[in-house]
Each structure stands twice: as C-alpha cells, then as structure tokens.
Design a binder for this molecule. Structure first.
Ligand code: TRP
Ligand code: SF4
Length: 333
C-alpha cells in the first residue's frame, strides 16, 4: 500500500488568511515533498449540504471558489487529485454500511458535532444527515485508503471517530480498512494585527486575500508593537509584538535577525513593518497572479475538476469492491 494523503474542506466560503498561511501552505509543502504516492484533496459539498441543505446555490458557488483557492495557492493537479465529494457515489454507499457500526449516542457525544449543533441551533431537531456526517467522513478517508489526514485541530474528534469505525469494521469483516492518522496544521486560527484573538472586517484588524497593497500597508503600519519601544534604540520584546507574530506567520527567512535586533535595540519598528509589508505582498502576489489566471481560464479549472472526479471515482470504486467482498455482498463478482 502506498503512502496516501486524503483531506478536504467544506465549501462554505470562509476562506481567509488562516487558510492561506495555515492549512494550504502545509498541504502544498506535503505535496511538494514528493514523499507521497497519492494525494487526494476533496471539496466536501455533500458534507456542506448537511447543514446548508436549504442553500444549494451557496454550496455550488463555493465549490468553485475553493477549487480556485487551491489552485492559486499552489496545489498542482499533476500531483494532487482535486475532486468533488458528491461526484463519487461510492462514498454515499460506504456511509450507509458504516452507519451500522456507530451508535446514535456516540455521534451525539462527538465533541465537534456537539459544538456545531449548538452553533447552528440544531438542538431541538438535528437533521439525521448532519448527525451522520462523521460517518460519511470516515467513508471519505477509508475509500481512498487515506493514511495521513492533514486537518485543523477542530477535526481531531472526527478522525478519532473514523479510527473507531475502522477498528470495528476490521474486527467484524476482517482486515480491510486502513486506520488513518491526523496531522494537525497549525496557525489555522490566527490573531488580528491588534493582538485580538478574533479577526473581523468590522474590527479592521485582519488582512484579506483580496486586499490591495495599499490596504495591506495601512493595516500593517497600524499594527500593535511592544508599547515599551518608543524609539529605535529602545530594546523591546518581539514576543508581545504583532509585527513579529506576522513575520513568523509569513515565514521570514531572517526571523532570528528580526528577533535579536528587536531585543537589542538595533531595529526600528517602521523598518520592521516595511519588511513585513514587502513579504506579505510578495506572498500574496503569487497567489493573486495564479487566481487571476484561473479566473480568466475557467475551462482549465473545469477540466482539472472533471479529471480529478474521474480519478477519484475509480479509486473509490476499487476500494468499495474490496470492502463489499469482505462484507459478503459481492454476489456477481
Ligand atoms: N470536515 C471537514 C471540514 O469541515 C471536511 C472533510 C470532509 C474532511 N471529509 C473529510 C476533512 C475527510 C478530512 C478528511 O473542513
Ligand atoms: Fe515589533 Fe519589529 Fe518593533 Fe520589535 S522592532 S517591536 S518586532 S515592530
């Protein structure tokens, strides 16, 4: 069995800098490490419908948004198969079989589900599809023999749920499914330029992927630094400074120099901010250029998705054959 990565995102439209410097950059690195035999990146539209079933247009529009985002961030369709969950029927089929292996009580106890139910006000009446999405997520992972699942921390209870399903399945039907392991991508939640844990448009403390160079400059110039530092020669503590925090997020190669110069008072805040602005603009300009290219050539994106869905469909079908064999429901093979 090869080394296989599977991961995905619900296309519900909250793409921000956290996705950019957190999960996507991590995935691009994994992709370019060439250590993996197969990499699958799924746009989880079926899962998005479990809590957006009454808003199909939103889900559909966001599928394309997410695909563009992946490609603009450097996901290479030659190395990573990008596909859309609903186009792989085996996933729904497997979900139905795996549902027998999980109790309703266990699903209610899943911390991620619990939190989301509360957030969506589903307490009175949880759609059964929504309650079951962890089961469908186990289908996503196992259908592709996913071994490594790069996710944000909030997803850990779902990976644990998948591991339980795998063990139970293998116990009953014989060694069939691969038990996945999560790797957590950091920085998914990043702080605002004012040090606030929350970022928001109304707070004016967040950088957006669509921001112009002027907007980025204005925001970084207004960022919170060490208040003890009044002039260049004052030694300061970079660890309380948001500019330093963002230098780290954007992976400044000279991070140690920034740190030491700040501490011993040989670095001025204005120069330090300018350096950060250049770094952010440089990272985003690559992203913008790519995004622009794919927006101008929608037929290329279409082709990539169609091709990805086909590959994914075949892979999942092969695995499902094996699974059904072991479940003794392979009548005519
Ligand atoms: N639950 C994930 C999210 O909200 C999306 C997802 C669906 C996923 N299936 C998956 C992630 C399988 C990793 C593996 O973003
Ligand atoms: Fe922050 Fe840089 Fe000023 Fe130090 S020199 S306080 S890291 S902006």
């Amino acid at each position: 069995m090869g080394k296989i990565i599977l991961t995905g995102d619900r296309p519900t439209g909250k793409l921000h800098l956290g996705h950019f410097v957190g999960s996507l950059r991590n995935r691009v690195k994994l992709q370019n490490s060439n250590e993996f035999d197969e990499i699958y990146l799924m746009i989880a539209d079926s899962q998005a419908l479990t809590d957006n079933f009454d808003n199909p247009k939103k889900v559909r529009d966001n599928v394309l948004e997410v695909a563009l985002f992946y490609l603009a961030c450097g996901i290479d369709p030659k190395k990573t198969t990008i596909f859309i969950q609903s186009q792989v029927p085996a996933l729904t089929e497997l979900t139905f079989y795996y549902m027998n292996l999980v109790s309703v009580a266990r699903l209610h106890r899943n911390p991620t589900v619990k939190q989301e139910v509360k957030l969506r006000g589903f307490e009175e009446s949880i759609p059964s599809g929504f309650l079951n999405y962890p089961v469908s997520q186990a289908a996503d992972i196992t259908a592709f023999e996913g071994e490594i699942v790069p996710v944000g921390e909030d997803q850990l209870p779902l990976i644990e749920q998948c591991r339980e399903i795998v063990r139970k399945f293998n116990n009953i039907y014989g060694e069939t499914l691969r038990e996945p392991e999560a790797i957590v991508s950091k920085n998914k939640r990043i702080k605002g330029l004012d040090g606030n844990e929350k970022m928001g448009k109304s707070l004016g403390n967040a950088i957006y992927l669509a921001d112009s160079d002027e907007e980025i400059t204005k925001k970084v110039m207004g960022a919170i630094t060490d208040p003890k530092k009044l002039k260049k020669e004052d030694p300061a503590d970079p660890n309380v400074c948001m500019v330093y925090y963002y230098h780290k997020l954007f992976e400044n190669e000279n991070i140690k120099v920034v740190h030491d110069e700040c501490e011993n008072g040989t670095r001025g805040c204005v120069a330090c901010k300018k350096e950060l602005i250049n770094k952010i603009i440089e990272s985003l300009s690559e992203y913008r250029k790519n995004k622009n290219y794919y927006e101008q050539n929608p037929e290329i994106v279409d082709e990539i998705l169609k091709d990805g869905c086909n590959k994914a469909k075949n892979k999942a079908m092969e695995m499902t054959k094996k699974i059904k064999q072991n479940m003794k429901i392979d009548y005519f093979e």
